[in-house]
Design a protein. Structure first.
Length: 158
């Protein structure tokens, strides 16, 4: 949804919460991952290099996650809030989400579908102590989290 002016405020007043960190800092931890954020990042970075950037990106990301014994919990967006509207999600995005879910299942990895937006569900998981960190680029997450929510927390090798 967006908290107006939150991003500049966080960066100025609380820079420790918007620092990019490497995955090694989460060695052996459980982290919640906003799947839509990560998928969009992979597509944006690699769409001209491969026909399936979302899958290549996920594969590379998981290799790095496993290198640091991190246990990922992927969180997919559910239904958007009414105020936000449905938008044009498109068949391609659904196919990419389904590709990820099948791949994660084949690897025996966990994922959940949020009742609403993934970043909010990630923050709830972190607040309840079920995950150590949240990986998302959505600054709204900090408003939902009682602990540090590592915003845009990772530098991903692609």
């Amino acid at each position: 949804m967006g908290v107006k002016g939150l991003a500049p405020f966080i960066r100025k007043q609380c820079p420790q919460y918007s620092v990019k960190r490497g995955l090694r800092e989460y060695y052996g931890r459980v982290i919640a991952i906003d799947a839509s954020f990560l998928m969009c990042r992979f597509v944006k970075v690699m769409e001209e290099k491969t026909k399936q950037p979302h899958m290549i990106g996920l594969y590379n990301f998981l290799n790095e996650v496993f290198e640091y014994s991190i246990r990922p919990l992927f969180v997919f967006d559910g239904n958007p809030p009414q105020e936000k509207g449905r938008g044009d999600v498109g068949l391609l995005v659904k196919e990419m989400r389904d590709d990820w879910k099948r791949f994660l299942q084949d690897l025996g990895l966990c994922y959940v579908e949020a009742p609403g937006e993934a970043e909010a569900q990630c923050a709830i998981l972190e607040m309840r102590g079920l995950v150590y960190a949240v990986v998302t680029d959505d600054l709204d997450s900090i408003a939902l989290s009682r602990h540090a929510c590592y915003l845009d927390a990772i530098t991903v090798r692609v």
